[in-house]
Design a protein around this ligand. Structure first.
Ligand SMILES: [Zn+2]
Length: 118
């Protein structure tokens, strides 16, 4: 699912993307300058490798996600400390954003139920 950034204004644009057992649901809203705010909830399950025993297990995900999408290069000389993803085709590629969020979660320290109870 791709949304053209130019179509996003002050009225939030809802979206919902599903992959396997994960739902990425939220909205996009114009912020300021070249920035579009993305606020969403990521929920469901993903297969993940346990950081302790390396077993695969189902990780439950329930996370609030919030960052900005910049239409083009983000001017990092501003002192604002923002989470910004740059888009070079003037669209918000929600499938790609979902993939990177999942990768981010998987790269965190995650332990399976067995290891948690030890
Ligand atoms: Zn484990």
């Amino acid at each position: 699912m791709k949304i053209k950034l130019i179509k996003i204004g002050k009225t939030p644009v809802d979206f919902e993307v599903k992959r396997d057992e994960i739902t990425f649901k939220g909205y996009l809203e114009y912020d300021s300058g070249k920035l579009i705010l993305l606020k969403a909830n990521l929920s469901g399950f993903t297969l993940c490798e346990c950081s302790r025993c390396a077993d695969e297990f189902k990780l439950k995900i329930d996370e609030e996600v919030k960052f900005f999408i910049c239409d083009g290069v983000f001017d990092s000389d501003s002192s604002m400390d923002l989470d910004v993803v740059e888009s070079f085709d003037s669209t918000a590629d929600l499938d790609e954003l979902l993939s990177s969020e999942i990768e981010l979660i998987k790269s965190d320290y995650n332990s399976c139920d067995n290891c948690k109870t030890q």
